[in-house]
Ligand binder design. Structure first.
Ligand code: EPZ
Length: 429
């Protein structure tokens, strides 16, 4: 099992290229199931989750062709062509779905295109139970017959899906994406209210429209979709990863220095950017990216933050912002409202000398002068990257174990950080 070893104390200076968004790429890849023509995606990040979904799509019958060699072309990024002309096996098996929960996003497209689908329930994960009841309720409202059999969602719509009005009782990114894709091929009009508004949703909607879908309201909490007979192929560039960009902005905020986050767009993570400014970090949007800097002689000021659906403070940046608070001058409060168990990084940060007290879904963080390096263990994707951030500033050596969690969402993280001066290396286990 690979580990990452960091010797803390170096500032970060230079340029970090931000990759295409993992959480946009995954639903975009599932959209290939909506058409028999080729969907080409560019700026596709090279991540474990993408590899897993490529395997799953291949098992369904999708032909996947990675353009040229796998190394990213300078400013285009990886290009992958997906062709789902004949989906000869509409069953998404547990062994693949359990590795990557977003596999449930094949349900809506397969049901809409083929009229039937069998997808394993994804099961829970480290950060929470992660139910899919909203996906099922929405598709049922569109006329699907859905039963749960032996841990699988068994869905059928022999006469095709019908447009409907569906109000989400709670905001769900994945359920919004599943229903957007299903509604694109349903008969008639679908009106979805209280939908998620994340930039990845907008990116999916733009790709669906390029494929011929008729969608109004992208970026708002109401989507009106006119179903069409067929969708055609398209060529779409994946939006940049706001969570990766936010993570590296927090890294520079902690170490001090100045880094250009190439391709990053601050308005995609505005709530976090505002908090970083409150902490004393300088963020300047430029033509080809976001320049982030902090003078290490000026102490970080604390803040309070509560996670909310977009455009609120992103839950996927919660662990990273908590890590910044660990070395701020004073106390700050972080409240997690989206997932029920997303403080797994706290005990590991405390091994590094952080002073954190948890009260239910809030964590009170009292900044300390210096964190101290130690062996720590990753538990989930964003918790693992928060341990890397802590290691960048901790005194001495920090080793982060189980970094397969990290490889799910961060492309070449040790290369990107080392190029800016971090003393970091991957130890192959
Ligand atoms: C997406 O997960 C992201 N994953 C998550 O990123 C992100 O944390 C989350 O949205 C919130 O922004 C991808 O896009 C692949 P939800 P998703 O449905 O769609 C509850 C990362 O680190 N819920 O918006 O699964 C759910 O339990 C990952 O990159 C139901 O109750 O999240 C949660 O409490 C982690 N019933 C809340 O809603 C449902 O049917 C929000 O979940 C669906 C969700």
């Amino acid at each position: 099992m690979d580990k990452i070893r960091i010797i803390g104390g170096n500032m970060l200076n230079g340029t970090i290229p931000v990759s295409g968004a993992k959480n946009a790429t995954l639903p975009l890849m599932c959209a290939t199931l909506l058409t028999e023509e080729t969907l080409t995606l560019e700026n596709v990040p090279d991540l474990a989750d993408i590899k897993t979904l490529i395997r799953l799509l291949g098992s369904l019958g999708t032909h996947v062709e990675i353009d040229g060699d796998a190394t990213a072309k300078a400013d285009i990024g990886r290009v992958i062509h997906f062709t789902s002309a004949d989906i000869n096996n509409p069953i998404a098996h547990y062994d693949l779905v359990k590795q990557m929960r977003a596999s449930v996003l094949v349900l809506g497209p397969m049901l809409a295109r083929l009229g039937h689908a069998k997808v394993s329930l994804p099961g829970g994960c480290a950060i929470g139970a992660r139910p899919v009841d909203l996906h099922i309720d929405g598709l049922t409202a569109m006329g699907a017959n859905i039963t749960i059999e032996d841990g699988y969602i068994v869905a059928s719509a022999p006469e095709g899906l019908k447009g409907c009005k569906f109000h989400f009782p709670k905001v769900s990114v994945g359920a919004t994406e599943n229903l957007m894709m299903a509604a694109s091929l349903a008969k008639g009009e679908t009106v979805l209210t209280n939908v998620a508004r994340e930039p990845e949703i907008v990116d999916l909607g733009q790709c669906l429209m390029a494929m011929g879908a008729k969608i109004e309201g992208l970026g708002t909490d109401k989507l009106t979709i006119q179903g069409v007979e067929k969708l055609h192929g398209a060529h779409h560039r994946v939006v940049c990863d706001r969570i990766e960009a936010g993570t590296y902005a927090i890294a520079v905020a902690m170490t001090g220095g100045e880094v250009l986050l190439k391709g990053a767009n601050m308005c995609l993570f505005k709530a976090t950017a505002e908090k970083l400014k409150e902490a004393g970090v300088t963020l300047k949007q430029e033509e080809n990216g976001l320049r982030v800097s902090r003078d290490p002689k000026v102490p970080l000021k604390p803040f309070d933050a509560m996670t909310e659906p977009f455009p609120g403070f992103a839950t996927d940046l919660q662990a990273q912002m908590m890590t910044l608070l660990c070395i701020a001058e004073g106390a700050g409060m972080i409240t997690e409202t989206i997932f029920e168990n997303r403080f797994m990084h706290v005990p590991e940060l405390m091994r590094l000398g952080a002073n954190i007290t948890i009260h239910n879904s809030s964590a009170l963080v009292r900044g300390v002068k210096q964190l101290k390096g130690a062996p720590v263990m990753a538990t989930d994707l964003r918790a693992s990257v928060s341990l890397v951030l802590a290691g960048l500033v901790a005194n001495g050596e920090t080793t982060v174990d189980r970094i397969y969690h990290l490889d799910r969402g961060y492309e070449r993280i040790e290369e990107k950080l080392r190029a800016c001066g971090a003393n970091i290396e991957r130890i192959h286990g």
